[in-house]
Design a protein around this ligand. Sequence first.
Ligand SMILES: Cc1cc2nc3c(=O)[nH]c(=O)nc-3n(C[C@H](O)[C@H](O)[C@H](O)COP(=O)(O)OP(=O)(O)OC[C@H]3O[C@@H](n4cnc5c(N)ncnc54)[C@H](O)[C@@H]3O)c2cc1C
Length: 285
Amino acid sequence: MPAEPPIEVPVRLSEAYSLLAGGPLVPIAGGTDIMVRITGELGPVPERMLDLSRLDELEGISLEDGSLALGARTTYTELRRSTLCREHAPALVEAAATIGAAQIQNRGTLGGNIANASPAGDTLPVLLAMDADIEVGGHRGERRVPAAGFFPGYRQTALAPDELILRIRIPLAAGRVTRFRKVGTRRAQAISKVVMAVSWRAHGPSAGWSDVRVALGSVAATPIRAAAAEAALEGARPSPETADAAAEALADELTPIDDVRSTGDYRRMVAARILHRIVRDAGGW
Ligand SMILES: Cc1cc2nc3c(=O)[nH]c(=O)nc-3n(C[C@H](O)[C@H](O)[C@H](O)COP(=O)(O)OP(=O)(O)OC[C@H]3O[C@@H](n4cnc5c(N)ncnc54)[C@H](O)[C@@H]3O)c2cc1C
């Protein structure tokens, strides 16, 4: 195993910004992804690292300006225990509960899941479906990027090398419902074959849906929104015909790859069935 890289430990965000401005540094939050890379078996070992564990500015869960704000260092355990998250983002709590086991949930962070940008990252479809914004910052200033625009390519993000993820903002939308489903090899401790979050607004169980979002992971190079499935659901009521049309539209628009975890055909079929089931459950039939 290679020697441990040197690590900077800033205690204030401004200090972290200055360190990042001075040269390439790889941030480490919970370390559940990055420590796997430190062996050198999965690519180059980081030359220098930046420990985020003392940065209080990246902590906390609160309601601010009509949104649920989650610090980048929020762990899955904190998310699961948060009353605010359970009330305003239950689908994110459900996603957190499927990630790894207790040890990973105690250390792994929401910011780390986003920055790691795996197409199989389980929180990412929820953030897309809930129209979350990712707040990032560096020595040039701070900015917000919509989750839908945060993943430009395979394992790429909108972050500059000298920027950090600061917090995640999920707008509170009246009447919004979000559902989460994950299918893996096992019911627990599995990387997703398909992960999906569907969000809509409706005034009553049989009312027409608006602001529909269908977001998926593990079916493309990045987490994606499924435009055709969304169009099939927008304005519709959750009837059997709507479920059929949306599932068909989704199957037609997805072109997942075959890989070690699954075949593309299986992923397409499962994704369509998950969506069908979500619409069916929403309609109560
Ligand atoms: C056994 C095991 C099981 C797992 N199961 C799942 C699973 O079921 N689903 C799933 O989605 N993931 C899973 N993971 C992956 C991992 O736990 C998550 O992606 C986790 O959220 C990563 O967070 P972290 O804080 O540990 O990130 P770290 O490992 O500290 O960092 C990950 C990446 O993000 C960067 N980074 C971290 N924080 C910031 C920040 N604030 N700003 C900028 N960059 C930052 C780091 O530089 C690094 O590139 C699993 C991992 C393991 C080891």
